[in-house]
Every structure is written in C-alpha cells, then in structure tokens.
Ligand binder design. Structure first.
Ligand SMILES: *[C@@H]1O[C@H](CO)[C@@H](O)[C@H](O)[C@H]1NC(C)=O
Ligand SMILES: *[C@@H]1O[C@H](CO)[C@@H](O)[C@H](O)[C@H]1NC(C)=O
Ligand SMILES: CC(=O)N[C@H]1CO[C@H](CO)[C@@H](O)[C@@H]1O
Length: 345
C-alpha cells in the first residue's frame, strides 16, 4: 500500500514536471505577425495565433486558429481539435470547422511543428508522442481539459497516439483515412535514407503534388477547388524556409515509417469513429517498393474493417467510392455522417 502511494506520488510529480516543461503561452498578437509567417504566405480563414513553448531545448511556435461556436448556434460547451495531414494545413479543415462551430463547438485548428505556419526547426526528433505532447500543451495553455480529437491522414495517425497517451482527456476520437493502419516496413517497404527522401521533397512542385494527390486522395479525379491546397504547399516548398520545410517533411516520412501504431489499436480506450474512403490506397513507401510489396499495401476497403474490429469501442463509416480525403471530395455526405455520429455520443 505504502509503496503504491509513494509510486503514485512520484508519478504525479513526474507528470506535473512534464506539464511544466511542455506548457508555453499563447501569443495572439496576430496584427504584428508577418504575412509570410514561418515560410507560409497563405491567408487563413480565421486569425492565426501562436502557441510559444520550449521543446527539445528549443523555442518553438505552433500556429493555430481558435474558432468560437457560431453566433447562430447554442454553444454546446464542447471543443473539437482538427489535426491536418502531411499535405494539408489547418485551413484545409475550414468547412469541417464551420460545420462544427455551426452546431455549437469551439474548434481548434493547429499546424503541426515543421508544417505550414508553425516553426520549421533545423533539427528536431519528430515523434507522434512529441506531436501529442505539443497538442496537449496547447490545449492546456488554452485551459481546455477535454476535447474531441479529429485527425486526417498523418493527423489521424497522430490522433491514435494521442488517444493512447491521453485517453482521459478525450470526449471522442475521430479518425479520417488515418495512415498507419498497417506497418508498411513489416510488409516489405525498404528503408530509405532521410537524405534521399529530402532530395525528393526538395523538388516538390505543383505537378508532383497534384499527381500524388489525384491518384491517392481523389481516385483519379480532379476539381479546380483542390488546386488551392496544392498551391498552399508549393508556396512553402518554394518559400524562404523551403529547405527547412523539405528537411522536416523528410524527417516526418522517417517518423511514420519507423513508428508504427498498428500493434496498439486494441489498447485504445476512447469512443472512436473510423471513417475511410474504400478507394483510398495511401501507403507510405509504396512508390519505392517492388511490385509484389506494392500489391499488398494500402487496401483501405480491407484495412478499415480490420482495424475497426481491433479497436474496443469503435464504429466504422465507409465511403465506397471515395479516396483519401472524403471531407473534400464529398463534403455533404462526410459532414452529415460526422455530425450524425457526434450528436449520438
Ligand atoms: C503573399 O501573397 C500575396 C498574394 O499572393 C502577395 O501579394 C504578397 O506579396 C506575398 N507576400 C510575401 C511576403 O511574399
Ligand atoms: C522519389 O520520387 C520518385 C518520383 O515520384 C519516386 O518514384 C521515388 O520512389 C521517390 N523516392 C523516394 C525515396 O521518395
Ligand atoms: C523558427 C522561426 O523562424 N520561427 C519564427 C516563426 O514566426 C514567429 C512570428 O513571426 C517568429 O517569432 C519566430 O521566430
């Protein structure tokens, strides 16, 4: 008994310390921020704020938007956090944020460290745990004890890790075509040196980004409205911090390949909604894998059901004809399903 009490005390002291280290402060003096904030000249739909904190012995800034419940809605007292994927930024969630705000949510839209309008550190140990700490620190600095975490793609993979680390701080967990539903390296994807990924990231342009997104996100289709998200990235790759951004993106590719979540779905204690486009075929490393390995990867029509069965409290919603970004390719159906599920929780 005594030992347990001591251990508990020691553990809470450690947790308190961890919180002190990670919680920074909010600088919402947006009028003084440069137009090209941390290498991204893209106009966000709501004012950008910066969460300033220390991480890995550096001073960092995480950009985010904080959207109040719509004036037409009765505030429901809940908070939703929207985590973007690798080729997107906070504003790509604009329509989802408006829908959630329209039914009374306060919505927080962060840009991950290394992305978009956030810091691009020249060196950083990227991990899903570090991303989770950073997001949790932001929520603590905002005084938000509990939230619904909604993540797409890399943001979905991060949301799973966040769910494993902070289950008691989550109302609901929503995973939209998350990556990491399978362990690509265990299925045969060869490791590539970070410098080789960096070389590829550095030559990203409109055509390479559009080509990739058209094939994986949009089932070969293209709408003019998708261009805005391609150009948002091209602007960062070609901007003043383009080299640092490419390096951060290469480190992120290494992170997702070497830090699988696929073995831990059974440990999730959250109410979880998994939403997948069955025609999604995203698999990190597929491009540089031999054909027999490629054939095994990225079957979301199979993976969705498989993973939903592993998560103890999980509902699966499938979009039979959609790819990696159902929230953009069929926003009407996507939001109807998302809000429908959230209101029954
Ligand atoms: C940002 O983009 C706007 C609109 O394209 C442009 O007018 C402005 O010069 C750009 N600012 C910087 C710092 O590049
Ligand atoms: C680099 O890009 C090319 C063309 O998209 C692709 O075939 C190759 O697999 C990529 N390699 C790495 C290491 O990203
Ligand atoms: C790493 C870096 O350059 N961070 C900058 C991001 O933008 C804020 C606001 O302008 C600056 O204070 C940081 O130095």
């Amino acid at each position: 008994m005594k030992i347990t009490a001591l251990l508990t005390a020691a553990l809470s002291a450690t947790l308190a310390l961890a919180q002190q280290v990670h919680v920074g402060y909010i600088d919402d003096n947006s009028a003084s921020f440069p137009e090209e904030l941390n290498g991204s000249n893209f106009t966000y739909p709501w004012p950008v704020k910066l969460y300033k904190f220390q991480s890995q012995r550096q001073d960092l800034e995480m950009a985010f938007m904080d959207v109040p419940p719509s004036k037409c809605a009765k505030p429901n007292g809940k908070v939703a956090v929207l985590l973007h994927g690798k080729n997107f930024c906070g504003p790509t969630w604009e329509e989802t944020a408006r829908k959630l705000s329209g039914v009374g949510y306060r919505v927080i839209l962060p840009d991950h460290i290394g992305f978009c309008k956030s810091s691009k550190p020249p060196s950083y140990q990227f991990s899903l745990q570090q991303f989770s700490f950073n997001i949790n620190g932001l929520l603590q600095a905002l005084g938000i004890p509990k939230a619904t975490i909604i993540g797409h793609s890399l943001g979905g993979m991060t949301a799973v890790r966040y769910g494993l680390m902070f289950p008691e701080q989550i109302d609901n967990l929503v995973l939209v075509d998350p990556i990491g539903l399978e362990d690509w390296k265990a299925l045969g994807v060869p490791y590539v040196d970070i410098v080789d990924s960096y070389a590829n990231e550095s030559i990203s342009d409109y055509n390479s980004i559009r080509g990739y997104e058209q094939a994986t996100y949009y089932v070969g289709q293209w709408q003019p409205s998708y261009d805005v998200w391609v150009n948002m990235l091209v602007n960062i790759y070609k901007g003043p911090l383009g080299k640092q951004y490419s390096w951060n993106q290469a480190l992120v590719v290494d992170m997702v390949l070497t830090q699988p979540i696929a073995y831990e779905f059974g440990l999730l204690k959250t109410h979880t909604l998994l939403m997948v486009g069955d025609k999604d075929n995203t698999a990190i490393g597929k491009q540089w894998s031999p054909p027999d390995v490629q054939a095994k990867l990225g079957h979301y029509d199979v993976l969705g059901k498989q993973v939903a069965a592993q998560i103890p409290d999980c509902e699966l919603i499938e979009f039979p004809d959609l790819g990696h970004a159902p929230q953009l390719s069929d926003p009407v159906t996507f939001h109807e399903k998302l809000l429908g599920w959230l209101t029954t929780q």
